[in-house]
Design a protein around this ligand. Structure first.
Ligand code: SF4
Length: 401
């Protein structure tokens, strides 16, 4: 029997529901004043920025407000808006302020929403600090270690290091936080497989005064990974863990480890949070030209992932979440267990690792993360630490089973 107009054929896959929470990564600037050597946005397979306007257009701002408010009316309860780039502070403060005004007017009363910005901090001045304070914006600063380490990778277009300029911006943010005008800025740092995690942690905490730290594993796939990167990543993260646990301070969080410990120690966290810890399926990227795609790191896989199929003007969230691409990513994250993970004791927590690091050109997302061996050793070390500190091993085992 064939389906009538408007009906779904009996053998068609079930439609995906509108997510309760989503993150909109808004590319307010698709250029950067830096040229970090590992940047996935400018130096990987997604070359879309080359044909996009340097700064978000007014049409895209209007389209974004319509897209976000329509998503809220369709049932999204929480929208986290992350201003991103390139370097988002290349958009002048006046336009940035107007963008926040427009989004706020569109979403007020429809859903919970928040603004945050990820910046290299080199362009921050008092005007920006006032703007962040006005919008209670959470600010993440990207840095990669001490001056020598940072300036080996985070360089400008003339090859000059960016550390000193970033430090000036960071101090302005921290000064405003100390006065109670805004929250403490967080750190976002990319793991350096050839560097020391312990030294990086000590620098960020002792010398730079960060209290919220986040470390990103390199966005490698099975087509690009090397054993050296995996081992270097493991050593780096274990070095961070060693110093963080040595400090044993409640006011310092290292996101990766804080999340792991919360899951190991709480039934609720393991049940409700662990499956979404690495969920990138409800993260959507909006380009300066108004295109809507999946999370940037998924787009950086290239091919069909980098195609622009949707935009703010012709499509709504309902269309995006019914697409083959969304279905493929969401199924890989939530419904597919790689063969290598079949008998793994860490599955409930790990879920095969971050989906983009499970990718290879030949089989898509069939495999476990490239960081599997490193993660197993890291999980074991965290559990050993918890056991040494009096957490009941049977409880941990029960939560994992
Ligand atoms: S640790 Fe490895 S085998 Fe276990 S779930 Fe994670 S990726 Fe799969």
């Amino acid at each position: 029997m064939t389906a009538g107009a408007g009906e779904r054929p009996a053998n068609a896959p079930a439609p995906f529901a509108i997510p309760e929470r989503m993150e909109l990564i808004v590319k307010v600037a698709e250029r950067c004043n830096l040229a970090c050597t590992y940047c996935y946005f400018f130096f990987h397979k997604d070359r879309s920025y080359e044909s996009h306007p340097a700064l978000i257009t007014e049409d895209s701002v209007n389209g974004l407000c319509d897209f976000a408010s329509s998503a809220a009316l369709s049932g999204v309860k929480t929208i986290a808006i992350v201003f991103h780039g390139g370097e988002p502070l290349l958009l002048k403060p006046q336009r940035f302020d107007a963008l926040c005004e427009a989004l706020s007017a569109a979403l007020e009363g429809l859903c919970n929403y928040s603004f945050s910005v990820q910046t290299n901090a080199t362009l921050i001045d008092e005007t920006w600090v006032d703007l962040f304070a006005k919008w209670r914006m959470s600010v993440g600063v990207s840095l990669d270690g001490d001056e020598a380490r940072n300036d080996a990778y985070r360089i400008d277009h003339q090859g000059r290091g960016s550390y000193q300029n970033a430090l000036k911006g960071l101090r302005l943010l921290q000064g405003a936080a100390a006065e109670g005008r805004m929250g403490n800025p967080g750190l976002l740092s990319v793991v350096d497989p050839e560097g020391s995690g312990a030294a990086a942690y000590r620098h960020f905490v002792d010398e730079l005064g960060f209290r919220r730290l986040s470390f990103l594993l390199l966005d490698e796939t099975h087509d690009t990974i090397t054993p050296k990167i995996v081992k270097g990543t493991e050593d780096f993260m274990l070095g961070v863990f060693q110093e963080w646990t040595r400090d044993d301070r409640k006011d310092i969080t290292v996101r990766f480890f804080s999340e792991l410990i919360a899951c190991f120690c709480s039934d609720e966290e393991m049940k409700h949070f662990a499956p979404y810890r690495e969920d990138m399926s409800n993260v959507f990227t909006v380009s300066s030209a108004g295109d809507v795609g999946m999370d940037d790191v998924i787009r950086s896989l290239g091919g069909r992932f980098a195609e622009h199929r949707f935009n703010l003007f012709d499509h709504r969230l309902e269309t995006v979440v019914q697409s083959d691409l969304y279905r493929e990513i969401r199924t890989a994250i939530h419904a597919h267990r790689p063969a290598a993970c079949a008998a793994c004791d860490w599955w409930k927590l790990c879920r095969g690792g971050r989906v983009n690091t499970r990718f290879d050109e030949a089989s898509g997302f069939e495999r476990e993360t490239v960081y599997c061996s490193a993660l197993k050793n890291i999980y074991s070390r965290v559990v050993s630490y918890l056991l040494d500190n009096g957490i009941d091993g049977d409880d941990i085992l029960r939560r994992l089973s």
